[in-house]
Design a protein around this ligand. Structure first.
Ligand code: NAG
Ligand code: NAG
Ligand code: NAG
Length: 375
């Protein structure tokens, strides 16, 4: 992998977070039967909540436990530091800011919908929603990484500590975790943004990428040791296609140099996941390939079943100049950003995050793999 000409990507913009959530598509559950493999077929109890689904060989999670960043965060971030709590975030869903880094639903919400469960409650709000604990918990914080970033929020290790604490308090049983829970780890790039923003050099980037993937693998092994039997991890999306990179060419084309670095991260991750699966019984670990799904959607301006995006690289909401971002206000309370007329027609919401329509398209692109790999 040639990274010698790799240069700074201004990946870390203060106030961007990565979030994902989705709910409420009308699609009902589908016939995964043909794709079933032989996981978990020894435990009939996992279907007890859904007698109508006769998936003898399938795995049907009823709980999601989510770790990571703004691509999956549904409201853990503090209002004082996150744009996700400012207008116009949340304008499409739920109609006001909800802590999601989008105009609406994010990846977590769409995955929950896929499994027919409610989106798991953000960890920060769990004591106000104990009735939702049966769907799992979302521990993800926008802006975070596997290492500490510029955002003063818990890194992935600390997020897993929170989960471990709930286990120690018997909020969940080992059986809950082993038999009916899907774990999702999202790493969308904040470690790299922080690395470059704090003077990390391009020469050392390959070594840093290696250490990021190694730490991610440590985290995956740790949740496995805590009982998780189904662990999905996101491949890094094409960072060079995010508006923060393509703004330099008026959102015309992706930055290939940056995507080369992403390839390196993803190939290390792919090898690591293969190795982990070789070392464990069944297919415990899987990759949610955001790299391919972003590329598919961006290249074909949508996928069947999703919106058509006429200018997929162009974000809907942007600061009026470099100092401002989506949601910024000046001292007088005036908006320092512009929003497109129809967020449903845009793939990207802000400089780094898809819109709800964007996530819906990603979800449609991912669905076939989800069926094969998880169910
Ligand atoms: C692509 O990104 C690299 C690294 O951030 C930067 O040095 C380069 O100028 C960018 N290329 C283009 C064509 O924007
Ligand atoms: C995660 O955060 C904690 C608390 O700041 C820190 O002690 C720990 O070293 C961090 N873990 C990693 C892997 O960076
Ligand atoms: C996993 O096992 C397969 C089959 O034994 C082997 O071909 C492959 O090289 C292994 N992969 C890794 C990363 O260890």
């Amino acid at each position: 992998m040639k990274l010698s000409n790799f240069f700074i990507f201004s990946f870390f913009i203060s106030g961007f977070l990565w979030s994902v959530q989705v709910e409420g598509s009308t699609r009902h559950h589908h016939n995964h039967h043909q794709h079933q493999h032989q996981h978990n077929n020894n435990n009939p109890n996992i279907y007890k909540n859904d007698p109508k689904k006769h998936q003898i060989y399938g795995f049907k999670p009823t709980k999601l436990f989510v770790f990571g960043d703004s691509y999956v965060d549904t409201g853990n971030n503090r209002k004082s530091i996150a744009n996700s709590w400012k207008k116009p975030y949340g304008v499409t869903f739920p109609g006001k800011p909800s802590g999601r880094f989008s105009d609406g639903r994010v990846l977590t919400d769409y995955l929950a919908k896929f499994f027919g469960v409610k989106s798991p409650v953000p960890y920060r709000w769990m004591k106000y929603a104990t009735n939702r604990l049966r769907y799992g918990v979302n521990f993800a914080y926008g802006g975070t990484g596997v290492f500490n970033t510029l955002v003063p929020e818990p890194n992935m290790t600390t997020q897993i500590d929170f989960f471990q604490k709930l286990m120690a308090e018997s909020v969940y049983t080992k059986a809950d975790i082993e038999e009916s829970s899907l774990f999702l780890l999202s790493l969308a790039g904040n470690d790299y943004g922080a690395y470059l923003a704090t003077g990390g050099t391009v020469q050392n980037l390959p070594a840093f990428i290696t250490s990021v993937v190694n730490q991610l693998v440590i985290n995956m092994k740790r949740v496995n040791q805590l009982g998780a039997k189904k662990i999905a991890v996101t491949a890094l999306e094409p960072l060079g296609c995010l508006p923060q990179s393509t703004i330099l060419n008026s959102f015309q084309q992706c930055n290939a140099t940056e995507n080369t670095a992403v390839d390196f991260h993803n190939s290390l991750l792919q090898q690591a996941v293969e190795k982990l699966n070789n070392e464990t019984i069944g297919s415990t670990f899987m990759i949610l390939d955001l790299f391919s799904s972003f590329n598919t959607v961006l290249n074909s301006k949508g996928v069947p079943g999703s919106t058509r995006f006429e200018t997929p690289l162009k974000p809907c909401c942007m600061g009026i100049s470099k100092e401002y971002s989506c949601g910024s206000m000046n001292e007088k309370g005036e908006k320092m950003y512009t929003v497109c007329n129809d967020p449903k027609s845009a793939f990207f919401w802000d400089r780094v995050h898809p819109t709800e329509a964007g996530w819906n398209a990603i979800y449609n692109a991912l669905k076939s793999t989800l069926t094969q790999k998880i169910l």
